[in-house]
Write a protein that binds this ligand. Structure first.
Ligand code: RIB
Ligand code: CA
Length: 315
């Protein structure tokens, strides 16, 4: 994969969601966000689209927010209120966003934007439905996309023992994207569980001035309490999604392995499971994905703090 520019131009396709909200903050500080597209996932589409508008409002950034798919390609819609609350962003007093949605055709927006902005990266932090539909509707898209950095998958699961939520929620879309042949970076659970919002890290957020820091400390409190109550080995929430951004902007923070990755689309325990070929056989399948295997979590949190501080100064 070609080296990523210092401040890549990205479309962030997301399902806010606490960690998606952090990804929006980090991306606003480290990338040129050409657009934010939303998909159903952590919450129904109307909530994820609203929550993206809330984060845009708090950050006071002039970025289009365009809603997309309200459900997966084939399987039944399923949400994650058990993690993020019914609103998708429980835990903070959120301001009412004033700017309306800029559209409801995320797929068309992605196609038109990528064609007009060659070299744009797609950062995908929710179910991959919008991306799969765009690739299916515009086979030329691969000629214009610099790469896809996605949060999802791993060698273990969270929604099921083997499947991570984003890929479980729409396994057919994940199979289309991961089988696309486009340059892929995968931030799976193996790496994102090493990036936790621990109490001391949350206190660094709380110590910052401004509305963004105040909102995020409340969101982190809720998110981390949820994780601690549902896991017997986690000190705080795994802040999954910003790693898909930092993989583009701060590759030096990560250990990686280029591997062949595929997705299962069926099975009680395997639907949405990523098969990551870690064999050292010389005749193993060619790698199609740069898999993040470790992260310098302290350094990544330092950048997150920088982004929150910068975003707090904007309002
Ligand atoms: O499994 C974690 C992923 O699912 C994260 O992107 C979280 O926001 C949810 O979308
Ligand atoms: Ca997400």
């Amino acid at each position: 994969m070609a080296p990523t520019p210092a401040r890549p131009r990205i479309i962030l396709d997301c399902d806010p969601g606490h960690d998606d909200a952090v990804a929006i903050v980090v991306a606003s500080h480290t990338c040129d966000i050409v657009g934010i597209t939303t998909v159903a996932g952590n919450a129904p589409l109307e909530r994820t689209a609203y929550n993206a508008r809330v984060m845009r409002h708090i950050l006071d950034i002039d970025v289009p927010v365009v809603a997309g798919a309200a459900g997966p390609l084939v399987v039944a819609p399923a949400f994650a209120g058990y993690v993020h609350g019914e609103s998708g962003l429980d835990g903070a007093d959120l301001p009412e966003p004033t700017r309306p949605l800029d559209g409801t055709d995320a797929v068309g927006f992605i196609i038109d934007t990528v064609r007009s902005e060659p070299g744009c990266h797609l950062v995908v932090t929710g179910p991959m439905t919008n991306i799969a539909l765009a690739l299916r509707m515009a086979p030329d898209l691969g000629d214009h996309i610099a790469g896809i950095s996605f949060m999802g998958g791993g060698t273990f699961g969270n929604r099921t023992p083997m499947a991570e939520f984003n890929l479980w929620a729409d396994p057919h879309a994940a199979a289309i994207v991961i089988g696309s042949g486009l340059p892929l970076i995968m931030a799976g659970l193996d790496v994102t569980h090493r990036f936790q919002a621990t109490p001391d890290r949350i206190e660094r957020v709380r110590a910052l001035d401004g509305r963004l820091a105040s909102v995020l400390s409340g969101l982190f409190d809720f998110f981390s309490e949820n994780y601690r109550s549902r896991h017997d080995d986690m000190a705080g929430a795994a802040v999954h999604d910003p790693l898909a951004v930092l993989a583009l902007t701060h590759r030096e923070l990560f250990a990686t392995s280029d591997s062949f990755v595929d997705v299962m689309v069926t099975g009680e325990h395997t639907r949405g499971m990523t098969v990551v070929d870690q064999r050292t056989l010389v005749d193993r399948p060619a790698a199609n994905c740069t898999v993040l295997t470790d992260v310098d979590a302290d350094a990544a949190w330092d950048i997150t703090i920088e982004a929150i501080a910068a975003g707090s100064r904007s309002v």
